[in-house]
Structures are given as structure tokens and as C-alpha cells.
Ligand binder design. Sequence first.
Ligand code: MAN
Length: 368
Amino acid sequence: MGESYIETSTLNALIKILMSDIAKRFAQNPLLKPSDLQPSIEGMKIACLLNPGVFTYDNKTWMLIRVAERPVQKEDTISFPILKETGTMEIIEIKKDDPELMADDPRVIRYKGSDYLTTLSHLRLVCSEDGVHFSQPENYPLLLGSGKWETFGIEDCRVSKLDDTYYLTYTAVSENGVAVGLRTTKNWKQFEQKGLIFPPHNKDCAIFEERINRKYYAFHRPSSVEIGGNYIWLASSPDGIHWGQHQCIVKTREGMWDSARVGAGAAPIKTKDGWLAIYHGANKEHVYCLGAFLLDLHNPGKVLARTEEPIMMPTEDYELHGFFGKVVFTNGHIAHDDEDTITVYYGAADEFICGARFSIQEICSYLK
Ligand code: MAN
């Protein structure tokens, strides 16, 4: 019988064309993996590198990576670190057969009626001359959780530059909930802590890199359990710190790849047709893909168009298998001078840092 086989890589390429995955992934992916960096303190192990904020500074490309750590695990217990309000670290250790332990998600556990994270995240700077090879520079501080709203760590930072100030909006986690914290810096050595700008439950906050009619704008993602859902909201502010005039702009879509949750990536890109935003969406099976939407230039509360199919979905081995597989998640990109190319940096399988190029024109051709 004349059977013909098709190579997996060819099949993969075909699936991508059919599904409109238009990401041109770096051949060097993953750009960084947990073993490429040193743990922040002795006794800890880096479990995952995730979801970097991205910016340029000093003529280099920088990423502010989320580094998730936990103690080296023993066979019959689960142990994880939390911070005290004072900054000292405490390790909680629970027997795996404890009837009060629920640990079926690698990211979170439930114990005696309370929720905890299995890892503690901090933010770490790496930089690169070519946007592909990144290393940790000397003499820059780690950004650690601080105070009582950040005892379970800080995560997934978006970095936006307005004038000469970088705005860092990140997820602040504690037993009080998941909220959005803000720090600012001009030189990446001294930081001002501005406190929480959105209370729980809220994450995925990115500040626009330009004021519109003298107002700051930001995406954010409150969640509600029963009425409503995990939707993208837009807020405005006179000073970048106090936010109001909230409006819900992008919702989940039943039966589609983004049916369970949506959240903004980094600050949107200004194009002649509008603000182009890249967002993540997940379905009920927790498969995370990327899509895009376009907002009116002068009235960003108005959604002009949105992609129907994902523009990127987990297909590569490093996106399908890792700490939490089937995830591509972005909160950082660089828009290049040709006004068409963007490099999207993304977390793959909640474990690796990767990069991919997109053409703005091509993304826009999928907007409906
Ligand atoms: C979810 C996931 C985790 C994250 C927590 C808290 O469970 O996104 O990676 O640590 O939320 O933000």
C-alpha cells in the first residue's frame, strides 16, 4: 500500500496556517529557562520564568521577568515560601497526605480553607544588545514583594514609559487577594512605591504610553465570580495614580478560544487606524492564546475591531509542556522603527521566556 507520511513539523506549519497563527517565533526559543538564572537566595530553586515586561533603556532591550521560586521539594511534602509584612521569608510545609490539602493545580493550593501560591515571585531585570541574547546586568536591584499586600509575591509586570518615567504595573498577591500595584522609576535603581492602584480582584493592568486629552488611560482586568466575568476594562486618570470612569471594553466569547478569560498584554501600539492592543484569552480548558483588538485613537473606550481566531496559540514543545502547559502569554513588546514589525516577548508554558515577531499590517488584516 502506498502510504505517505507527513512530517510533524510540516503538520505543525499547516495547522498554524489554518488557525491563522501568524507569529514568527525566534529560532533561538526559549530565550531563557529557569536554569539560566541563579535563585535569589540559597535553598530556593527557580521553578518558572514568566511573562516579562519589556522596554528600551540605555540603547538596549530590557525585560523585567517574573521569577517564581520555591524550596527544593521533598518527596512527601509540599513546601512554599511566603513573605512577612516585614520582608522576612517563611516556609510553609504541608504533608502531601494531609486530608485538608487540595493541590490539583500546579500554581495554587488550598489548605484549611485558605488559598496559597505554590511559588513566590519577584521581578528581575535582564538586558540584551540584540533582543535575543539576554543576561542579568550587574548592580541592578531585584524587585521584591513589599508590605502586606504583596506577601505572596509580585507578578506579570507591564512597563510603560511616559516622558522620562517608567510606570511599572504589576500583580500584587497576598492573603487579601490579587490586586494591581504601581511603582515608578527613572533609572531602574531607585523606585517609588505608589501603592495599590486597583484593589482585588484585579490584574493585567497596562498604562497607555501617551496621554489622550491630558488624561492617562489604562487597561485592567477585574474578575467577578457570578454576575459578569473576566473582562478587559479601560479606566482614565488625571495623574496616573487615581483611576476612574471605568468601562468594560472586551468580553469573553462563548464557544471560542477566549471563552473563559481575557486580559490585556502591554500598553497598546499607536497606529494610524487606532490603538492596537494584543491580549490573551483562555478557554475553560486553560489553553492560553493571543488575539488583538483596535481602539479609536481619540476615544479609546470605542472598540473598532477584534480578531476572531487567535494570532498565536501554543504549538511548540516549549509552549505545550512546562510548569503549566498550553500557554502563550504576553505583557511586553517592542515596536520597531519600520512602523510595522513588533517583537512580542512572551511566557511559554509558564516556564520559559520566548520571543516572536509579528507584522502590524498582518495582524490588522485579521481584525473584523
Ligand atoms: C493564577 C495564575 C498564577 C498566579 C496567580 C496569582 O492562578 O495566573 O500564575 O500566580 O493567578 O496571580
